[in-house]
Design a protein around this ligand. Structure first.
Ligand code: NAD
Length: 485
């Protein structure tokens, strides 16, 4: 792709590849080289409205397919993706910046698995028969598609995260209008090509590229969409919740994952898992290890082990074998890393490793894996997600202090805890305010069917993604009562 003249890529609306009605295109940039790899149609509100109308027109088609037919459709999509997996991984790496062999290939596999998972989970969508007082009545429940789903996705896992909505959404019988992140829309086009090749009926999945505040806003607020699925930042999620007022919402927002390392932890294991949590996907993960809370007595060895882990990271060309970390995806996230480091250092933090960009690698978006020590709980790092390759150490004296810091961030998605004591695992695990607490593993551990989402009272989101949980979120619970008199 990179050696050819950049192509103009169209949107997929009503089963056709179409330009924006404005005729405008915007450049898709490879973050590792800053070269333009394609031009994407810059959708307008009118384009988004066309997509909503198409989905509305075809919603009954997908809803009318039997669950077994929809299950087979998901399997066909998985098969097409598998046939095209080498190409998908290449494009994903060039569009997002993640290393091809260490990560992009895995994301493609996981996205394929997402469609297979949905094809299985949907077959167990049973309803209930409800006992009632009135002997002449029979009452039962069942689930139906919600209708037209507006789906908006971010750039950190631009295949996997869309599949987390699209696979269960289709399996559950919804028509979809999808707006991907502008900085990773080339891979979205490739996924839409797979839908077409797999025989998804025209108009059932519609892809609109362009600025989120324009096309994303239109599909969220439009009365023709009946529910919204969104993964992204808390700020945008809250805005969307207001714009979508009254519609069912599935919101997967940010995290500021604390990892708590107790003094009885296996330190080698804790350091390796923490480094993986902080550096995987260059830290651009909602479940990333964003803060490393370490007991005073094991602080020094953990700091040394984390630096040793950071030194092992191979930062460089995402397409080269051996590379384990690529550039950050965009300027916004790189600038945020700068701001967080500057603020943390001003408040007393010390750089043990990294702490700067690696511009010599050919793009300003390369950031060295960074270990910071002595990070103050007053820092932005403690309150906001950094979303970069950062392992910030914060020392605690006792468990109460660790919990106070861990739970102070206002976000509550994922946490991890290292201890050899099963009682601490339960007692502290239950008190960490997060949707998932991983004991003795990286904060990023997750499998496709495990319920994933933010804890109430935090800014991490609403609802749960994962296996049957997404299917429940993306379908309506309906009841029929029958009078037998
Ligand atoms: P973002 O909120 O800026 O953008 C997310 C998506 O929303 C993009 O497609 C964007 O174009 C669109 N958008 C922006 N403004 C919009 C508007 N006004 N109306 C409708 N759509 C709009 O987030 P981001 O920077 O792309 O992604 C990073 C964030 O996503 C981080 O906060 C991260 O934690 C979060 N995230 C969460 C999860 C999760 O599962 N909880 C997973 C991945 C990323």
């Amino acid at each position: 792709m990179s050696s050819q003249q950049p192509q103009q890529l169209k949107m997929y609306i009503d089963g056709k590849w179409v330009a924006s009605e404005s005729g405008a295109y915007f450049a898709a940039e490879n973050p590792a080289t800053l070269a333009t790899i394609a031009y994407l149609a810059e959708g307008t509100r009118e384009d988004a409205r066309r997509a909503v109308a198409a989905a509305g027109k075809h919603a009954t088609e997908i809803a009318g397919m039997s669950i077994w037919e929809r299950s087979r459709l998901c399997r066909r999509i998985a098969d097409v993706m598998e046939q095209r997996s080498a190409e998908l991984a290449q494009v994903l790496s060039q569009d997002q910046g993640k290393p091809l062999y260490a990560e992009a290939e895995y994301e493609v596999k996981s996205a394929i698995e997402g469609f297979r998972e949905a094809s299985e989970q949907i077959k167990w969508l049973e309803g209930n028969t409800i006992p009632v007082e009135n002997g002449n009545k029979r009452v039962f429940t069942f689930r139906q598609p919600r209708g037209v789903y507006a789906v908006i996705t971010p750039w950190n896992f631009p295949l996997n995260i869309p599949v987390e909505y699209l696979a269960p959404g289709l399996a559950a019988g919804n028509a979809i209008v999808w707006v991907p992140a502008p900085t990773t829309s080339v891979i979205a086009i490739k996924l839409a090509e797979c839908f077409e090749a797999a025989g998804v009926p025209p108009g059932v999945v519609n892809l609109v590229t362009g600025p989120g505040p324009v096309v994303g806003d239109e599909i969220v607020a439009h009365p023709g969409t009946h529910a919204v699925g969104f993964t992204g930042s808390p700020q945008t999620g809250e805005h969307i919740a207001r714009r979508a007022a009254g519609k069912p919402l599935l919101l997967e927002l940010g995290g500021n994952g604390p990892t708590v390392i107790l003094e009885d932890a296996d330190l080698e294991l804790a350091a390796a898992a923490t480094a993986s949590g902080a550096f995987f996907n260059a830290g651009q993960v909602c479940s990333a290890t964003e803060r490393v809370l370490v007991h005073r007595r094991v602080h020094e060895p953990i700091a040394d082990l984390l630096v040793a882990q950071a030194k092992k990271v191979q930062l460089g060309d995402p397409l080269a074998r051996g590379t384990t970390m690529g550039p950050l995806n965009n300027r916004g996230v790189a600038d945020k890393m700068d701001r967080h480091l500057e603020d943390g250092i001003k408040r007393g933090a010390r750089v043990l490793f990294g702490g700067e960009r690696a511009r010599e690698l050919g793009s300003e978006l390369f950031y060295r894996p960074t270990v910071l020590d002595n990070v103050s709980a007053e820092s932005f790092i403690n309150y906001e997600e950094s979303f970069g390759p950062l392992a910030p150490l914060m020392e605690f004296e006792d468990v109460d202090e660790a919990l106070r810091i861990a739970n102070s961030a206002g976000l509550g998605l994922v946490a991890s805890l290292f201890t050899r004591d099963i009682r601490s695992a339960y007692r502290i695990g239950e008190k960490l305010r997060a949707g998932i607490v991983n004991v003795n593993d990286t904060s990023n551990y997750w499998e496709l069917h495990i319920p994933f989402g933010g804890v109430s009272g935090t800014r991490s989101g609403i609802g749960r993604l994962g296996g049957k949980h997404t299917i429940m979120e993306m379908s309506d619970l309906r009841t029929i009562t029958i009078d037998l008199r």
